[in-house]
Ligand binder design. Structure first.
Ligand code: ADP
Ligand code: MG
Length: 269
């Protein structure tokens, strides 16, 4: 009877690892060491980090360590959302992340500086740079993610003016992100930090949002009346005034500002 050739049995991972003379694989970016503090925030501390061994050691990483109980709960979401934004190249790439022995940490690409540090040094943002900031925020919003904490310390700037968002501790999924409001908040923040500087492109974009918000608030008659009262102090509850206002509302322009101009002309307010 013909004998069968014995089938080779695959070695287990443990056996392979123990076989003598076999070189150990290098696991770059797996073993990481924390160095000096890069920044401290509400959620935790960020350290400069080196990953890998010997000559292949790479120190272009940062580790954000979450230290409070509340932060542990939020850490998983922060890691997930940052990784999603990083996939589109709009946040530092997450190298590894997880929770172990009482702390959670994200190891990510290290960024060079933040927008507030950049502006402090350059004392100026060109029109193109301001538009690039708006573009970044629009793209992140386009991913269905509201960053939730847009300010100049949470926008990373690398050379040559490569922009990415950092700090997703307040981020959440949202289909209707108001980027104009985010830019408005950023303008406010820059205004406080750098009162002598102007950012016309950012300011104009934030104002567009303001105009849009107020015009949409005049689409309904009740809102229009409330808007007129707030802007002029007119007694909109008086039936004669109310009739006249609603006549203007029916036949006037479709935006709040135009309607308000007509009201002001008529009542000299
Ligand atoms: N990837 C990074 N590379 C370099 N520095 C960073 C990085 N992430 C954060 N930092 C620094 O750490 C600071 C705090 O980090 P951040 O994520 O904003 O924490 P928090 O949620 O506590 O505000 C940042 O303002 C920045 O200076
Ligand atoms: Mg922050």
């Amino acid at each position: 009877m013909p004998r069968r050739k014995p089938r080779a049995v695959a070695k287990t991972a443990g056996q392979r690892r123990r076989s003598p003379g076999r070189p150990q694989p290098r696991r770059a970016a797996k073993t990481c060491t924390r160095r000096e503090v890069l920044g401290r925030g509400v959620a935790g501390v960020v350290y400069k980090t080196c990953c890998g061994y010997g000559a292949t050691q790479n120190c272009s990483y940062a580790t954000k360590v979450f230290t409070t109980q509340r932060a542990f709960q939020a850490a998983e979401r922060e890691m997930r959302l940052q990784a999603a934004v990083a996939k589109a190249g709009l946040a530092p790439r997450v190298v590894k992340a997880g929770c172990r022995s009482g702390e959670c940490a994200i190891v990510m690409e290290r960024v060079r500086t933040t927008l507030d540090e950049y502006v402090a040094a350059a004392r100026h943002l060109t029109d193109a740079q301001q538009r690039a900031i708006i573009h970044l925020l629009e793209r992140v919003a386009g991913l269905g993610i509201d960053h939730g904490d847009v300010h100049s310390g949470n926008i990373a700037v690398d050379r040559p003016f490569r922009l990415r968002m950092i700090d997703f501790s307040e981020a959440h999924e949202s289909r209707s992100v108001n980027v104009h409001a985010q830019v408005g908040k950023l303008v406010g923040d820059l205004g406080v930090r750098f009162p002598a500087l102007r950012f016309p492109a950012l300011e104009a974009y934030a104002m567009q949002g303001h105009a849009r918000a107020s015009s949409s608030s005049c689409q309904e008659e009740d809102r229009f009346l409330a808007y007129v009262k707030a802007q002029t102090g007119l007694d909109v509850g008086n039936p004669d005034i109310e009739d006249a206002l609603l006549d203007i509302w029916m036949n006037g322009p479709s935006n709040c500002e135009g309607l308000l101009r007509k009201v002001r002309r008529r009542y000299k307010v």
